[in-house]
Design a protein. Structure first.
Length: 517
């Protein structure tokens, strides 16, 4: 059996600069593209670091030139040659000042025409990308993502180690405990008919570590949740998991802000100001219709319930009489951008959030047009527009229903419209904390109250007695960190008092048998 010849590389494809001119080098990588211009063959060779242009000219043996002429995209090659400065430079790539004149070539592996092109701007269907994942991973963007992730996990370990955290691996096969989603179950061979659960988080074990005196724990851990796929949800994910003893909310937030500040500085070259703004859950919902608000743009919600409670429009008054509210958002400059057809599409879209319809108003010159003109006088419409702080050319969208439907619908509309209008600045980073979450949330499917985070979350000190009297009004010692409308993470202060924990279980209507388990 012939041993395969291998050129040991001296450099990566993205490393060479004009300072390397005159050096003999060996590169290994994939052919990005090859061009035969008669007496010259130009070949771009790529690896995870970048691209180098290789030149095969008529000074090399004919056999080598003919071999170079067979090169096609995604051939895997090794090239030996000498670095020289290019006459026509390419300012679009870091190696654009140089090229390598080839002296030898090895083709390690040939390739058929790839089903997807290896370039970042290739608009390929996600299913095709996943089918040929090994090709998709060759793209610079994907390799950059993997490198960034590696740097982030290394930085996390270094940072938290500096702050006294101990990294501990916790078991992957655990007992099922109440969490936010369904468990993945693994049957036990030894104990027939019984099952392990894959962890949604290392919740139980990290609390045991605190009881055991570990004081500060961290783990970069794989978690599993059996829930429907969404843009920000998948069956398995990795999280930086932490637990701290003898701390309050401010202590936890201070450590996390320091970590994020270092991440932005070292990995993005961006200085971010600390401390981050804090906003309560109630304020976030009232102003943005979301518990993870994107504050890069306006379109804040305003409540007009009091303005319209005595109006002749039954849709509004029915919602108010049922305990709901009437709220709206003002879209700056939206009157001309959103035609009746576009508004109808928005109306259909909010129905998926439970809304039965949507009212619109446009302020154009001195005239206010609306989908409900016949139910309001011009003065009433003007009063609403003034309250919404509408200027000429603005569009107002209004939803009436129970608060959850109103918040969800308007929260969707402000995000969706901001994206359509190009208001989401990718170079702006708005970080904030959302605090004072409700301890419980109502689940319509089960017609019962569930722990909003988990049943071990403590109430705020001033709300502790509400666990016994009116638990639905209790606020949690919980906090989420949000970046540009995306929840990066969150946590809570645990209950450490046995009686309070029992009160929490009782408020959740858990049986004594379940509690004992």
């Amino acid at each position: 059996m012939n041993k395969m010849k291998l050129y040991k590389r001296t450099h990566m494809c993205g490393e060479l600069r004009k300072e390397n001119a005159g050096e003999q080098v060996v590169l290994n990588g994939w052919v990005q593209k090859s061009r035969n211009l008669g007496g010259l063959i130009f070949c771009d060779v790529r690896d995870k670091t970048g691209i180098t242009q290789i030149v095969f000219d008529d000074s090399i043996p004919e056999e080598l030139f003919e071999k170079a002429d067979t090169l096609r995209s995604e051939y895997v090659v090794g090239v030996k040659g000498t670095v020289r400065e290019r006459e026509s430079k390419n300012s679009e790539i870091p190696t654009g000042d140089i090229e390598v004149t080839a002296e030898d070539l090895i083709i390690y592996s040939k390739a058929d025409t790839p089903p997807i092109y290896i370039k970042d701007d290739d608009n390929v269907d996600d299913n095709l990308r996943l089918k040929y994942r090994y090709l998709d991973l060759r793209k610079k963007k994907m390799q950059d993502n993997l490198t960034f992730r590696h740097k982030l996990t290394k930085l996390a370990r270094d940072y938290f180690s500096e702050y006294g955290f101990t990294e501990v691996e916790t078991p992957m096969l655990i007992k099922s405990t109440p969490e936010g989603a369904r468990d993945y179950l693994v049957p036990s061979r030894v104990n027939q008919g019984r099952f392990y659960a894959l962890p949604q988080s290392p919740q139980t074990y990290k609390q045991l570590l605190m009881v055991g005196g570990t004081d500060r724990y961290m783990q970069i851990v794989k978690c599993f949740r059996d829930e429907d796929l969404r843009a920000d949800r998948q069956p398995e994910f990795t999280q930086i998991d932490l637990e701290m003893s003898f701390v309050d909310v401010d202590d936890v937030i201070e450590v996390q802000e320091g970590f994020l500040k270092r991440v932005f500085k070292e990995l993005k070259g961006i200085d971010i100001a600390t401390p981050f703004p804090r906003i309560t859950y109630d304020e976030a919902m009232r102003r943005y219709g979301s518990d993870k608000p994107d504050t890069r743009f306006g379109f804040e919600l305003k409540e007009i319930t009091d303005l319209v409670k005595n109006c002749d429009f039954k849709v509004f008054t029915d919602a108010i009489n049922a305990g709901g509210s009437v709220r709206g958002i003002c879209i700056t400059g939206g009157a001309s951008q959103y035609t009746r057809k576009k508004i109808d599409k928005l109306t259909e879209a909010v129905k998926s959030y439970g809304a039965k319809g949507m009212v619109w108003m446009k302020k154009e010159d001195d005239k206010i047009s609306s989908s409900v003109n016949k139910f309001f006088t011009p003065d009433q419409l003007r009063e609403i527009a003034d309250f919404m702080e509408a200027e000429t050319g603005d569009l107002i969208l209004i939803i009436s229903d129970k608060d959850k439907v109103v918040f969800d619908s308007l929260g969707f509309l402000r995000r969706h419209i901001a994206a359509e209008m190009g208001l989401l600045d990718d170079n702006r980073y708005d970080l904030l904390w959302v605090v004072d979450f409700p301890l419980f949330e109502y689940d319509e499917e089960t017609d019962s109250y569930q722990a909003m985070h988990h049943p071990f979350t403590s109430p705020k000190e001033e709300d502790a007695e509400l666990l016994k009297t009116d638990p639905t009004k209790a606020k949690a010692n919980a906090y989420d960190i949000v970046l540009n409308g995306v929840e990066l993470g969150g946590g809570s202060i645990r209950i450490h008092d046995r009686q309070m924990q029992e009160d929490m279980f009782k408020a959740l209507d858990m049986s004594q048998e379940t509690i004992e388990e």
